[in-house]
Design a protein around this ligand. Structure first.
Ligand code: ACM
Length: 618
């Protein structure tokens, strides 16, 4: 009988990769890495010598050592007698060193008998994050760190990740877990989207109905809002909010990790939950309002009356009391003007204030809010719609509808945070075109697209470019009801965002990121209990290849995982053959077969199946 397929397997050498990697396995890739030969070995006698035992970075490191079963000494340098020269078999961590590092920068040098980490404040914290990433556990109590020299500092001062807790509510434990993973990757601003049409999620003591009424919706739309006419609701009440005490706890938790929290209180649109609680905030208080049960943009918006401003100022005062950061986000996006057009009050206000139209009224609204925030020493951030009708005086603009708003704002000398959906920064978009991706708002923002984004538009002058203070990705949660799905949509894209935000453009390298570093990080995140999307096997794609003899080099996208495959038409699974390395497939003349692959991680998470058709003249 004629042999149809010849399959040759070659073992894959997966160890030592961090040593071989140009970035020593670190995400985000540092500003500069000089590799050296050899490695430092942590053994039970290795001491961590520290000049600042109370530093947050040291607390993080101690926590890491404890959780990972190391019992090494953490020695306070100040209690040691002065010693000359390097102290062998030690990891020296210091804030009081001579030398320059940028405010968030650090320097780390590993030789085979000592590791020295220098940095101040957040810089030391980021240095410890890098150090932790460089540690490869060996046998019990032993680990290695590759030798080399790292000098590092971020490209942007604002490195943000957003979470919408209005469409779906995420509890304090989850928010802390989210903050933890942000900190691991050196992000420093958590944008907490606390209010929207579908729920008001922050306790405001002066207006208790905001949560008593506004945090609850009667039911929730099932399936996609657009392009799917299921017309089905789940008939299940949904609610949740944070008390001010809980919020203070989260703010303190984030601060320990050098993460500032930016609260967002949406106005004048996306206000249906607030209006359901207090109809007096609308332009027609006689109407019946309810907390929205479906998605999209609704026409129930705040009316710019004295009452509304008094209530919003009170709300913002309470918000400012519990969020100490400089920035308060007031939304400003997607405010339909229907209610204002129909309102005699609004039309009179437009005339009295000589405003151009309803866009001018939006501007009037936002500027009044900005003055209130500025009077309390805070600064306002808004989505790019706040440009319409005239930009508030000191506002920072978050450019989400492409980069146009951000470019216009920078040209007006306003600070800008780039977060365009078109740039792969909307993590509610799908991570691939496969029908196997879960329900999402749509779009396609695969890892490579997020990674490729550059926040600085070429059309800005160098001075205008300085106004691009940073970059952020957004996780809107209409279609994300569970922590597992939130993590799936977040990871690994957030790692690409971190590299966009931190690493100099010239040092970015997608091949190195996706093949050289991501697999180890996904295994590490899995070990820490995060869910994530398993990228498809490396070495294949959904395509048709012509020919008779094929050689593939297959590797898993999660360290310790395996590439399972079939050539028999069945969907590959853990009961099939696997190969990490060379796979040769010969296809007889006149036949076509499908090579189907899936990556299965150590914990059993699987990637989408990739089908590569091998066509030898069928
Ligand atoms: C937004 O996505 N509506 C800011």
């Amino acid at each position: 009988m004629k042999q149809i397929f010849v399959v040759v397997l070659v073992a894959f050498a997966a160890n030592c990769w961090a040593q071989n990697d140009a970035n020593l396995g670190i995400i985000p890739a540092p500003l500069s890495v000089k590799k050296a030969k050899g490695k430092f070995t942590i053994n039970p006698e290795t001491n961590f010598i520290i000049d600042s035992p109370a530093h947050k970075a040291v607390i993080l490191l101690k926590e890491y050592l404890r959780k990972n079963g190391y019992s090494n000494g953490v020695v306070d340098m100040n209690t040691m007698s002065r010693k000359q020269g390097p102290i062998k078999n030690s990891i020296l961590i210091q804030t009081n060193f001579k030398g320059n590092t940028a405010p968030e920068g650090y320097e780390l040098k590993a030789t085979d008998d000592q590791v020295v980490l220098n940095g101040r404040g957040p810089g030391l914290f980021y240095g410890v994050q890098t150090l932790i990433q460089m540690i490869t556990p060996e046998k019990m109590g032993f680990a290695t760190i590759p030798c080399g020299e790292i000098k590092d500092e971020p490209r942007f001062r604002y490195r943000g990740m957003h979470l919408d807790v209005a469409r779906h509510f995420f509890d304090v434990d989850f928010v802390k877990k989210y903050i933890d993973v942000m900190a691991m990757y050196k992000l420093n601003n958590f944008h907490w989207h606390l209010t929207d049409d579908q729920g008001w999620r922050i306790e405001i003591k002066k207006y208790p109905k905001l949560t008593a009424v506004g945090s609850n919706r009667a039911q929730t739309k099932v399936g996609n809002f657009s392009g799917n006419n299921l017309d089905l609701y789940d008939n299940t009440p949904y609610g949740g909010f944070y008390t001010q005490d809980q919020i203070k706890e989260v703010v303190a938790y984030a601060k320990e990790r050098y993460i500032n929290i930016i609260p967002e209180i949406e106005m004048p649109g996306h206000a249906a939950a607030a209006i359901a609680a207090y109809p007096v905030l609308s332009c027609d208080p006689s109407k019946n309002y309810k907390v929205s049960e479906t998605w999209g943009v609704v026409t129930d918006v705040f009316c710019p009356t004295d009452t509304t401003f008094r209530v919003l100022f009170d709300i913002l005062d309470e918000v400012m009391d519990i969020f100490p950061g400089k920035y308060i986000h007031i939304g400003g996006d997607e405010c339909p003007k229907d209610a204002w057009k129909a309102s005699t009050f609004c039309q009179n206000l437009i005339a009295r204030e000589s405003l151009r139209d309803e866009n001018g009224l939006q501007s009037y609204f936002i500027q009044k809010i900005e003055r209130h925030l500025n009077a309390s020493g805070r600064s306002m951030i808004g989505w790019d719609e706040i440009l319409e009708g005239g930009l508030a005086q000191n506002a920072t603009v978050m450019s989400w509808r492409g980069e146009t708003g951000g470019i216009a704002a920078a040209q007006l000398n306003h600070d800008v945070i780039m977060t365009p959906g078109s740039g792969g920064l909307y993590f509610d978009h799908a991570q691939g075109k496969s029908a196997l991706e879960p329900l999402s708002i749509g779009g396609n923002a695969p890892l490579a697209k997020t990674y490729a984004y550059d926040p600085v538009p070429a059309e800005l002058t160098p001075d205008q470019q300085k106004h691009i203070v940073g970059v952020q990705a957004n996780l809107w949660t209409e279609y994300i009801a569970t922590p597992a799905k939130a993590e799936y949509m977040l990871l690994p894209r957030m790692l690409a965002l971190a590299e966009v935000a931190w690493t100099p453009k010239a040092a970015k390298d997608y091949d190195n990121f996706s093949k050289g570093r991501i697999p180890r990080h996904l295994a590490m995140l899995e070990g820490k209990g995060y869910n994530y999307r398993v990228p498809e096997a490396l070495g294949v794609s959904d395509t048709t290849l012509k020919g008779g003899e094929f050689r593939f080099d297959l590797s898993p996208t999660v360290e310790g995982g395996k590439v399972f495959y079939t050539i028999d038409g069945y969907t590959p699974r853990e009961t099939d053959m696997w190969v990490n390395g060379r796979l040769n497939v010969n296809v007889p003349v006149g036949r076509a077969i499908d090579l189907q692959t899936t990556v299965i991680s150590p914990a059993g998470k699987r990637s989408n199946v990739v089908k590569t058709t091998l066509d030898n003249g069928k």
